[in-house]
Design a protein around this ligand. Structure first.
Ligand SMILES: NC(=O)c1ccc[n+]([C@@H]2O[C@H](COP(=O)([O-])OP(=O)(O)OC[C@H]3O[C@@H](n4cnc5c(N)ncnc54)[C@H](OP(=O)(O)O)[C@@H]3O)[C@@H](O)[C@H]2O)c1
Length: 240
């Protein structure tokens, strides 16, 4: 039987890349919760939609819903029976050009990672023990432990304090919970839309890289966090 992986944030670049790699492998069943099926299909199938060459993969299960929905039936369906949860939920900042640099990045959902982390854990708790996942891979960020070069650290402190506090709270939540025994917190540097190079560093120490493509973070998650066990209980920094 295929191993089921539950994915939240599958329309984001990192999780989408991981989903594509998982489904290409043919031994996984992937279950995603997305707010727009159309958006996910456009991203997943790309040009194949226009050419009408899309092939629905029998190993892909798409549930439509918002993690915050009061009716959490679909959220539970995504998780039920999965071996692992991958969550890359997040909210992009609104960027505005103000005379005051502190107003350049505005965050309308400052606690989204912590809040959705709690919602996911509550759903896991409601499932019978045999239907619960044994691993959760949470997408966090670099910059929480002075693990990046000085310039990037300064940029983070000046502009990204709010989402970084949220990621720190997500890390604390997942690290201290006892429902899911294996936790991996993936800390990427600044994301780019570049290709999959496979030439990145993954480490628990400080690294001099500034960026990493979403595709390479997805590749790291698939090859080393889902297929491999070496990062369980760790917070790998992924960067070029
Ligand atoms: N940008 C960076 O440099 C950087 C660096 C390190 C870490 N990160 C973090 O890495 C993670 C992944 O980033 P990414 O760029 O791949 O993705 P992203 O563009 O931040 O996408 C976020 C995902 O979360 C989904 N989402 C948000 N709220 C939701 C809700 N209430 N219910 C269901 N889905 C919801 C979005 O769905 P919709 O498509 O429906 O909006 C989207 O799929 C994020 O947590 C991000 O903060 C980013």
């Amino acid at each position: 039987m295929s191993t089921k992986i539950a994915v939240f944030g599958a329309t984001g670049g990192v999780c989408l890349a991981a989903v594509k790699l998982l489904l290409a492998e043919k031994k996984y069943k992937v279950s995603v919760l997305v707010r727009s099926k159309e958006k996910f299909e456009n991203l997943y199938f790309g040009d194949a939609i226009a050419d009408d060459k899309r092939e629905f993969d029998k190993n892909l299960e798409i549930f439509v819903g918002d993690v915050y929905d009061e009716d959490d039936t679909n959220l539970k369906n995504v998780i039920r029976g999965s071996k692992m949860i991958l969550s890359g939920l997040g909210a992009l900042p609104k960027i505005s050009f103000s005379l005051f640099p502190s107003r350049w990045f505005q965050f309308s959902q400052p606690h989204i990672c912590e809040e959705t982390g709690k919602i996911i854990l509550k759903a896991v708790e409601s499932l019978p023990v045999e239907e619960r996942p044994s691993r959760i891979i949470g997408i966090s960020t670099s910059g929480l432990d002075h693990d990046v070069p000085f310039l990037l650290d300064s940029f983070y402190k000046a502009f990204l304090h709010v989402p970084h506090q949220d990621k720190a709270e997500l890390e604390e939540l997942l690290t201290n919970q006892t429902l899911i025994p294996e936790v991996i917190l993936v800390r990427g540097t600044l994301y780019t839309t570049g290709p999959t190079t496979r030439k990145y560093h993954a480490t628990e120490g400080k690294k001099l890289g500034y960026t990493i493509s979403r595709n390479d973070v997805g590749h790291f998650i698939f090859t080393q966090c889902i297929e491999g066990d070496e990062w369980v209980g760790k917070k790998p920094l992924v960067t070029y």
